[in-house]
Design a protein around this ligand. Sequence first.
Ligand code: ZN
Length: 191
Amino acid sequence: MKDLKKEYEQVSLEIEDIRVQTEHLKESEIIKKYFNLLSQSEELSTKKEKLYEQIKKEEYSSCNHIWIPTYINNFAATGITYHTCVKCGLDENVSREPIVGLEKKIMWNYIFLNPYRTGIYIQEVCDINLARDIYMKIIMEYPDLDDKNIADYLDIAIRDIQNHQSEFTKELEDRFLKNIGPKLIKKKDKS
Ligand SMILES: [Zn+2]
């Protein structure tokens, strides 16, 4: 017990000594500059986050969304479908997952505070990465198509690719997407 008390007193003395030394250092110009820079950097980081949030909000609100059903919760009594926009990335799934990181926080806030359900809804359930790949190929191949036509094209392409998924290689998928466009446009001209 005696030894422990002695050790305790020794540690307390060492702490006090360090406190005095750090107080002294705070007066040094270089340390003052360090703390000043640290605080500037924190302020700028907050400003950067706010700007990023504004940019994303603007992206979401100006997007004519094309919604892909990306998840169906069959356990819910009525079955809830969650959608993701293939254009701007706004994702309803954010509401059923833990909110980690700035990106998800901004999305969550936007979804809960804004009437965001506008735009075009695709029927076919699809993995968002596959849908995004197809979307990118469509807009590269047919840059003049409007959103309605892009959505029709996407719907057909997703259905066909999913029906034949086991037979599709990347090369076949590319060829298929090149061929389906003119077919779709022809079909639309007839109707
Ligand atoms: Zn969007």
